[in-house]
Design a protein around this ligand. Structure first.
Ligand code: ZN
Length: 167
């Protein structure tokens, strides 16, 4: 297993829709293992393959009840509304109140190639939506209201400039 550096905004891989996994083989099993190791080390509650630079449809999460993974995940259903202070390992150290549906149901494959489904409210619903967004090349910044997004992008740019000057 290996720990990978987590790609951060504005890395273009984060904006690229990921390709479906065609065959679940040893490479995919290794990818999932590496993603878990990387996520736990970060630490985070969810990770999508593009965040370690692999543009494949693989997501993992652990919201406190153990490790879960989904290959080629699709969001089947969402409902309700819930505002939650959401962060992302690819936009490190920042949290914004993001309103999303409170409930989500998603389906994908596990490493055995079997179809599995997750459904839940609150943190589970949130992590499913957030990670499946990554698969589509969507960052939580795009889920912010327009004014908050502009402000966030400005802050990130300013921070980058400061870091650049410090080098
Ligand atoms: Zn994220």
């Amino acid at each position: 297993m290996a720990i990978f550096p987590i790609r951060v905004y504005p890395d273009p891989v984060l904006r690229t829709p990921a390709a479906p996994v065609a065959r679940i083989d040893g490479d995919i099993r290794r990818l999932v293992d590496d993603m878990f190791e990387t996520m736990y080390r970060a630490p985070g509650v969810g990770l999508a393959a593009p965040q370690i630079g692999v543009a494949l449809q693989v997501v993992i999460f652990d919201i406190g009840d153990g490790p879960h993974h989904l290959i080629n995940p699709v969001l089947l259903e969402t409902s309700g509304s819930w505002t939650f202070d959401e962060g992302c390992l690819s936009v490190p150290g920042r949290y914004w109140p993001v309103r999303r549906p409170g409930f989500a149901r998603a389906r994908g494959l596990n490493l055995a190639g079997k179809e599995i489904e997750y459904a839940g409210e609150e943190l589970l619903g949130r992590v499913l939506q957030h990670e499946i967004d990554h698969i589509g090349g969507i960052l939580l910044l795009e889920r912010l209201p327009r004014r908050a997004r502009k402000q966030a992008l400005k802050e990130i740019r300013e921070e980058e400039m400061l870091r650049g000057e410090g080098r």
